[in-house]
Design a protein around this ligand. Structure first.
Ligand SMILES: Cc1cc2nc3c(=O)[nH]c(=O)nc-3n(C[C@H](O)[C@H](O)[C@H](O)COP(=O)(O)OP(=O)(O)OC[C@H]3O[C@@H](n4cnc5c(N)ncnc54)[C@H](O)[C@@H]3O)c2cc1C
Length: 409
């Protein structure tokens, strides 16, 4: 593409899941990419994350060429069994319903290595984005500072903020942002020891309003997580390890957490407001958590980081090749982001307050626990493979049929 020496087609800030994915796909589309990461260590990884990658993102991982390497690194394919007070909602045998699990400790360096190996990508570690450069109304570059304090300007036609939920790029660009309250805290840790009942599948407990989950992963480890109302924060702050074990061991049909051995620290996050940002501005786009950081309860952030990177790369590649204006490409990305994630995000944010299940949700879950067809619809929704509006009519039919059958019986 047309970048001059020392200039780039794209400057991506953040070399984690979304940034590395976008760098790989844009490089393959012919772009010259500066991939800027403030952490100096190529093996750095996100510590506060339970690693679970939704099935919706598996096609993107295949396209990135990472699906097989993830499995080769010990990654675990799994589905979820969901406990409700009406019984377990069982997963289907559907091939596309399988999610992926690989600890971020292995996943993040793998992505960074794959991005750095792309001929069009220049990975710049230990460089923090500090200032955006403008050319008239459009963003046209980013000033970065290294760890010795030296500042350098990187010019590019497109700036991408892939810098996570507290995105500095979004802040510097002053894009529109909405926040929605989050009423639960999350504490989790990796354990080894006896296998869980559904191994290698995961299990989630809808305790209403609290949650617990067990996600098996590489190295025969399980990540156990508790998500409970904020009023229980003092209990977790006092002894997070004990509170986590007590919560998970206290669920119905509990997994063997008490018999397991914790590996590493308990990670916890208390404040996680949901953040929605306008994902484009002239010469600039946001991907991953920088565009949409939602409640981790539903384990969607990693998958959406991969997918939003793919949508952006596909949307702007024609413009970077000079076939159309960048504005058109960015507009296409904005629409696709909203179309794919808008309703999912709305529903997640509504539930993220920590509230109990509403009557419609109770009907849906109780039906899915009793009816395999409703369970399959719920799985398609939960794994984010299908947009909620497409499930409304078939789910309503299953609810009516199942409830009528119960009344007659
Ligand atoms: C408790 C918890 C559990 C979670 N569990 C799951 C789960 O099981 N499944 C799931 O799908 N999601 C989960 N998530 C969400 C998931 O971690 C994120 O959605 C995902 O990491 C987003 O990826 P990203 O690439 O957009 O951003 P990040 O992974 O946050 O990466 C941002 C990158 O930008 C870099 N950066 C930041 N600022 C700058 C700067 N100024 N200059 C240069 N570089 C910069 C950072 O160093 C980092 O490398 C969880 C989140 C939490 C809080």
């Amino acid at each position: 593409m047309a970048a001059k020496a020392g200039e780039y087609d794209v400057a991506i800030v953040g070399a984690s899941l979304s940034g590395c994915s976008a760098a790989i796909l844009l490089s393959r589309a012919g772009a010259r990419v500066a991939l800027i990461e403030k952490r100096p260590d190529p093996r750095a990884f996100k510590r506060i994350c339970s690693h679970y990658i939704q099935a919706s993102a598996v096609p993107t991982l295949e396209r990135l060429g990472l699906y097989e390497p993830i499995l080769a690194a010990g990654g675990v394919r799994s589905r979820n069994h969901i406990w409700t007070r009406w019984g377990w909602i069982e997963p289907t045998e559907e091939r596309h319903a399988y999610c992926l699990n690989l600890r971020r400790e292995l996943l993040d360096p793998m992505l960074r290595e794959a991005a750095a190996a792309e001929p069009g990508v220049e990975l710049m570690l230990g460089q923090a984005a500090e200032r955006l450069l403008r050319d008239g109304d459009a963003f046209a570059g980013v000033a970065v500072r290294d760890r010795e304090g030296t500042e350098r300007e990187i010019r590019a036609r497109l700036i991408v903020g892939a810098d996570g939920r507290d995105s500095r790029v979004a802040e510097m660009a002053a894009v529109k942002e909405k926040t929605f309250p989050h009423g639960r805290i999350a504490y989790g840790a990796y354990f080894e020891g006896p296998k869980t009942k559904f191994w290698p599948d995961g299990a989630v407990w809808f305790l209403d309003p609290d949650f617990a989950a067990a996600f098996p992963t590489d190295g025969d480890q399980v990540f156990y997580i508790a998500m409970v109302g904020k009023e229980r924060a003092p209990e977790f702050k006092q002894d997070a390890g004990q509170a986590l074990i007590d919560h998970v061991a206290g669920v119905p049909d509990p997994p063997p957490i008490r018999e397991g051995q914790r590996i590493g620290p308990v990670i916890g996050k208390v404040e996680m407001p949901n953040r929605v940002r306008g994902p484009v501005a002239p010469g600039l786009a946001l991907i991953g958590d920088a565009a949409l950081a939602t409640d981790p309860l539903f384990g969607v952030g990693c998958g959406w980081a991969f997918q939003s990177a793919e949508w952006l790369a596909d949307s702007v590649s024609p413009a970077l090749r000079g076939i159309e204006s960048l504005e058109n490409g960015l507009g296409r990305y904005r629409k696709r982001h909203r179309r794919q994630l808008g309703v999912h995000a709305f529903l997640i944010h509504d539930f993220a307050t920590g509230r109990r299940l509403n009557p419609a949700e109770r009907l849906m879950l109780s039906t899915a626990a009793r009816d395999p067809q409703a369970a399959a619809l719920f799985e398609a929704f939960g794994t984010r493979r299908t947009a909620p509006p497409r499930l409304l009519a078939p789910m309503t039919r299953r609810v009516v049929a199942t409830q009528v059958r119960r009344l007659i019986a």
